[in-house]
Design a protein around this ligand. Structure first.
Ligand SMILES: Nc1ncnc2c1ncn2[C@@H]1O[C@H](COP(=O)(O)OP(=O)(O)OP(=O)(O)O)[C@@H](O)[C@H]1O
Length: 725
């Protein structure tokens, strides 16, 4: 029997419930809460409450992260242009790019800033954000078949690592597994899977550390990046895309991240990453590279010494003891130090682009794909592609509720700040309106205090929500785009989990302010006061969610939220009497959460009060004061109903906005491959052909009769001077 504070559960239930029916209700509620907030355990619902399409573990998919379906990606003539309607110009972000990424190999897309690395990575991953100004065309094939988002499993590790800060590394992975992988049903299997992932990504030592955020330090930047990788590896993706995985990391962490990627490639994943300028030890981990400058290809093929040999044919020699990545980066960058250097470096890169475009039809890959590989992988795709599916609504709700509760309840710094602010503002207002009496002047004081209380409660809830929700939305968008869960369970679980903590702050505020200001001193009135400010606080949070769902960033939400609230403050019932409101604005008070809260608080406070009076025109009763505000005919129940309608309106709008603002990706307009150039089929290549084809006949050599434009400039000496130092 579970024991709480010396009492057995059935004693507590008996004590709480009283009657038989009450006992039953309490027992159900207790068992529901215990199951929701207990550590990872079996699903709440009966076994049959899962989607029909959840696969049964047939023994071929054990909880190991090792099995990977090999996928070869080939792209041909990828063009991406951006049109500018005002100037009627078109800018090419990617120009005629072709290449290949293979399983078991780590491909790095390198190039100067703005050269199109991320754009190419997004195109290959099918994650280029849709825009009417963009036009994307070309051919993209996976294992020889045209691209389709569901054809293979891929992982995309973005530059920004976003997590729920209060969860540990282990909890983050465990919850992600529960949400995404339903063929792993037992806690033992899940633990084993998590341990494998932690081991694979080198996170064992920080497994039980909180992820952390700007307020409370958690795991390091490199560990966050590897956690991103681990989260993406859950469903054994065939292809891993990583956008600048080393950005913002120190050299040691960068190397560890790249080593993890290399190990993943060795495990059979196809790994593609964009990287700006890696150090030598990182460069040596790459199997293949794609070099881009201003959206054009300068080189694509094996990494290591191959590109150096290739560029040396044009007279560009990498000096000894120089990091090849630095040499390549300098070679293909535009030097903006003077107009001469711009001209010469531009000419050099143009020459290299042109040379490679002539040679592109004979790109050489070190490990030719065999037809046997492809047929094997296709068979495996058909068996395993269904392993990642969404669980049922209740299962998603239960998991998300647990996560939201962990996040809200463990966020001690935020909760401390909010409680201090609630108490501090209550103390300030309580001191200003200290122990109000029953004089005529106290009527204005009471109204002023109640208006201030309504504004303070709404603003506190709104600013907290708009401060955190846009970031959380980015996490949720990512998870939803992976198909982890639906919007309904997410939103409901969030509201439910945050309600108790959200209610605590207005209650603290009321508990301090009420006796200090000596508001209507009965327990019932105090309870109603707290109920009204709590309902208002929920409505303001719901409005914050809508603002957060509407705008792209926290900064924008911080600007829009309070501005919108100011309108509701103006029409909050104190500054403008509803009867005097201009007809075109008359709808605003009826949707102002401040007005309904103020109205409710005034009715609660004034009804039944008697004021000291000397003249016949003095206000004698609270009812007369309410008449002055045009609140005479209303009841607290009416105001709470109106507040609930507003709350529901903001929740529904948030849902619709989140549903509508789902990330949309640019469609690739398929163009047939360019047959004008002789095209070598990669399957036909063998090492002998590699050697023969390596000397592209079209490429002009330094010292030949018709030199390239770039050698004409004699850039070798100057380049070595610039790049080698
Ligand atoms: N949707 C878009 N709208 C407008 N411009 C875009 C869009 N996508 C990319 N660009 C432009 O395309 C160019 C290439 O951008 P991209 O992010 O691919 O470069 P990058 O090589 O990854 O640069 P960095 O290393 O600095 O991240 C940039 O000039 C960028 O402004």
């Amino acid at each position: 029997m579970v024991v709480f504070g010396g009492k057995k559960v059935h004693q507590i239930v008996t004590g709480l419930g009283g009657s038989g029916l009450g006992q039953l209700a309490v027992a159900v509620a207790v068992s529901f809460l215990v199951r929701i907030f207990s550590a990872p355990g079996p699903a709440l619902l009966p076994e049959n409450d899962v989607d029909d399409d959840v696969p049964i573990n047939d023994g071929e998919t054990p909880p190991s992260t090792g099995k990977v379906t090999p996928v070869t990606i080939r792209w041909n003539n990828i063009n991406c242009s951006l049109s500018d309607k005002s100037s009627k110009s078109v800018r090419f972000l990617l120009k005629n790019l072709s290449g290949e990424a293979k399983p078991g190999r780590l491909l790095a897309i390198m190039g100067p800033s703005g050269s199109g690395k991320t754009t190419l990575l997004n195109v290959l991953a099918g994650q280029l954000s849709a825009s009417p100004r963009l036009h994307l065309s070309g051919l993209l094939e996976f294992n020889g078949k045209p691209s389709s988002r569901n054809a293979y499993k891929f992982a995309y590790v973005r530059q920004e690592d976003l997590f729920f800060s209060q969860l540990t590394v282990r909890e983050t992975l465990s919850l992600a597994i529960e949400l995404q992988l339903h063929n792993i049903s037992s806690a033992e299997e899940r633990d084993e899977y998590v341990n494998n992932l932690l081991f694979k990504t080198g996170l064992v030592s920080c497994a039980d550390t909180n992820v952390g955020d700007a307020k409370v330090r958690g795991i390091s930047g490199g560990e966050k990046k590897r956690l991103s990788l681990a989260c993406e590896l859950l469903a054994s993706p065939s292809v891993i895309f990583a956008d600048e995985p080393t950005t913002g990391l120190d050299a040691f962490q960068a190397e560890k991240v790249m080593e993890t990627l290399r190990q993943l490639a060795l495990d059979g994943h196809t790994v593609i990453c964009s990287i700006h300028q890696p150090r030598g030890s990182v460069y040596s981990k790459f199997d293949d590279i794609v070099l881009l400058t201003d959206g054009s290809l300068v080189y694509a093929g094996p990494a290591g010494d191959e590109p150096l040999t290739y560029f040396s044919k044009f007279g560009y020699h990498c000096p000894d003891h120089v990091n090849p990545a630095e040499f390549l980066a300098d070679l293909i960058s535009i030097d903006y130090s003077s107009s001469d250097s711009v001209y010469s470096s531009q000419k050099r890169t143009n020459g290299l682009v042109e040379s490679f475009s002539l040679r592109q039809s004979t790109i050489i890959y070190a490990t030719p794909i065999t037809l046997d590989d492809l047929s094997k992988s296709r068979k495996r795709i058909s068996k395993r592609s269904v392993a990642k599916t969404k669980g049922g609504w209740w299962k998603q709700f239960r998991l998300l509720l647990r996560r939201a509760w962990m996040q809200a309840s463990r966020d001690a710094p935020t909760n401390k700040v909010r409680s201090r602010m609630s108490i501090a503002s209550a103390v300030i207002f309580g001191s200003v309106f200290w122990r109000m009496g029953k004089s005529q002047t106290s009527i204005q004081d009471r109204m002023g205090l109640l208006q201030v209380a309504a504004i303070n409660t709404a603003m506190a809830a709104l600013t907290k929500t708009v401060g955190v929700f846009p970031k959380e939305r980015s996490i949720v968008d990512r998870e939803r785009s992976k198909g982890s869960y639906s919007l309904g369970p997410y939103l409901f679980s969030k509201l439910l989990a945050e309600a108790p903590i959200g209610a605590a702050f207005p209650l603290m505020f009321g508990a301090v302010l009420y006796p200090m200001a000596r508001l209507h001193p009965t327990l019932m009135r105090f309870g109603k006061f707290c109920g009204i400010v709590t309902a208002e606080s929920f409505a303001a949070s719901a409005m914050g969610l809508t603002v957060g769902a509407m705008v792209p960033t926290t900064e924008a939400a911080m600007a829009v939220g309070p501005s919108l609230m100011t309108v509701f403050i103006v029409f909050g019932g104190y500054y403008v009497n509803p009867e005097n409101t201009p007809i075109i604005f008359r709808w605003i008070p009826s949707v102002s959460l401040i007005r309904w809260a103020f109205q409710g608080l005034c009715i609660n406070e004034f009804r039944g009060l008697q004021f000291d009076h000397q003249h016949s025109f003095d206000i004698q009763t609270g009812e007369q004061a309410l008449e002055r505000l045009s609140f005479g005919k209303s009841t607290i129940r009416d105001t709470l109903l109106a507040q609930n309608r507003i709350l529901l309106f903001w929740y529904c709008t948030t849902y619709l906005l989140l549903e509508k603002n789902k990330p949309k990706y640019q469609q690739l307009e398929t163009t047939p491959p360019d047959h004008s150039k002789p095209h070598l089929k990669l399957e036909e290549l063998n090492p002998e052909q590699v050697d023969q084809t390596h000397e592209a006949p079209e490429v002009s050599q330094v010292g030949s009769d018709e030199p390239l434009e770039s050698p004409e400039l004699d850039p070798v000496g100057s380049f070595i001077l610039e790049g080698a130092q």
